[in-house]
Design a protein around this ligand. Structure first.
Ligand code: ACO
Length: 162
């Protein structure tokens, strides 16, 4: 089992994994238009943290780091159907937090959570109260009807993964 964080860099193996992740998002997020999913997963401004087992993608999180604003927007998050509620979603989020803090220099995450995923995000330390000053994110993330805006502060020191 391994966790990787990458973007569309033209490397064959990375493309294969990104396509696998795009397919999981397509199945797990039925309300999201497929073209929108492909566009963001393949967009060079977005990165994806993925769980890989026996060279197969089990799930992942696609996000856009706004490095100048020190926050990231989580676009999509999903684990393949038969592997949910086994702890992969939590481990994925911990890898994302560590990478975003140590590599991208981010302090916060924002996401529009689906109603049925609010419980998962709360368990990952997200809140419905937005503490991040509005001028740091306004105009960067678009308003979106189908979800609840949630925030997570990344701890500056905590070791999220060993
Ligand atoms: N609602 C409430 N609690 C949840 C949910 C949920 N939908 N999913 C998981 N949990 C809880 C688990 O019970 C667990 O609690 P525990 O620590 O007390 O045992 C905890 O959250 C973590 O569970 P994991 O096993 O780590 O979560 P999992 O691997 O299943 O991943 C995920 C969670 C990503 C939400 C997965 O269930 C999934 O892919 N769901 C369908 C797609 C989806 O809803 N994605 C999020 C949409 S919003 C967005 O993408 C921005």
């Amino acid at each position: 089992l391994k966790f990787v964080c990458l973007s569309n860099d033209g490397i064959d193996q990375h493309m294969v994994w990104l396509i696998g992740l795009k397919n999981i998002f397509g199945r797990q997020l039925p309300n999201m238009p497929k073209e929108y999913i492909v566009r963001l997963v393949m967009d060079r401004n977005h990165k994806s943290v993925m769980v890989i087992r026996r060279n197969q993608v089990v799930g992942g999180i696609t996000y856009r780091p706004y490095v100048s604003q020190k926050f990231g927007e989580i676009a999509f998050c999903a684990i393949t159907a038969d592997e949910q509620v086994k702890g992969y979603g939590t481990r994925l989020m911990n890898h994302l937090k560590q990478h975003a803090r140590d590599v991208d220099g981010l302090t916060h995450f924002l996401t529009y959570a689906d109603n049925n995923a609010v419980g998962y995000f709360i368990k990952q330390g997200f809140t419905k109260e937005i503490h991040l000053e509005k001028d740091r994110w306004q105009g960067y993330i678009k308003d979106y009807d189908g979800g609840i805006l949630m925030e997570c502060k990344i701890d500056p020191k905590l070791p999220y993964v060993d």
